[in-house]
Design a protein around this ligand. Structure first.
Ligand code: DX5
Ligand code: ZN
Length: 225
């Protein structure tokens, strides 16, 4: 089960003056999901976009929107992100006091709920919440910026998460990885059992974002390019 392999370009590295065109380009290359990095300048030292921008982008594509909330008190804003048209919402557990309540709130609205592990956050912190989530997001860089180097040690968490999934008989949970994913490492990452691959700079800073997505997808599914 769970041999799902999905490419989720992160628009963080896109040209913000032409987000619509950028999304269309990756869509034509076979992108499965659009990853939206939401930063508030408090949880991470950077500020990005919020619900009004997402609402505008929603009109341009039918691809699922995956909101990665790097904000404090995500419970205050989650409904706004749902109303803006997000289909998946993940949050950092250390940014929220009642994570179970928040996961249930997200799911109640028919939106997939995920929790995020920072590079230094151990897998055992999700031992209880894992029963309730649809996906786990493993950060392979420190959150806040695109274009950082993949931290190989973070990949070890994937095996541990898979083990937890087996223990609770929830092999349907998807594992997403975020940070430093590119053509040269995606096959190795995929082999560990990751399902969703976020890629920002390797897609939008390339000459041809559509082609970049296509190649990432081929490599994630082990088809030689
Ligand atoms: C970092 C973000 C990532 C980032 C990925 O805080 O969560 O989604 O945009 O960018 P790359 O692929 O360039 O590491
Ligand atoms: Zn992200």
């Amino acid at each position: 089960m769970s041999e799902v392999k999905l490419i989720a370009p992160s628009i963080l590295s896109a040209d913000f003056s032409k987000l619509g065109e950028e999304i269309k380009a990756v869509e034509s290359g076979g992108a499965d999901i659009i990853h939206l990095d939401i930063m508030d300048g408090r949880y991470v030292p950077n500020i990005t976009i919020g619900p009004p921008v997402i609402e505008s982008l929603r009109k341009l594509t039918d691809l699922p929107f995956d909101a990665h909330l790097m904000i404090v008190e995500p419970e205050k804003y989650v409904i706004d992100f749902i109303n803006a048209g997000c289909n998946m919402i993940s949050f950092h557990m250390d940014a929220c006091i009642h994570s179970h309540r928040l996961v249930e709130l997200i799911k109640k609205h028919g939106v997939k709920a995920g929790v995020v592990l920072n590079p230094a956050t151990p897998v055992n912190t999700i031992e209880e919440i894992i029963h309730f989530v649809d996906y786990i997001l493993v950060m392979s860089v420190n959150p806040g910026f695109g274009g950082q180097k993949f931290i190989p040690e973070t990949l070890k968490k994937v095996k541990k998460i898979k083990k937890l999934m087996e223990e609770i008989n929830r092999m349907d949970i998807l594992i997403e990885i975020d940070g430093g994913i590119k053509e040269s490492n995606i096959s190795e990452v995929s082999a560990e059992g990751v399902n969703i691959f976020v890629a920002g700079s390797s897609v939008f800073r390339s000459e041809n974002p559509a082609e970049a997505v296509k190649k990432l997808k081929q490599k994630a599914t082990f088809i030689e390019v």
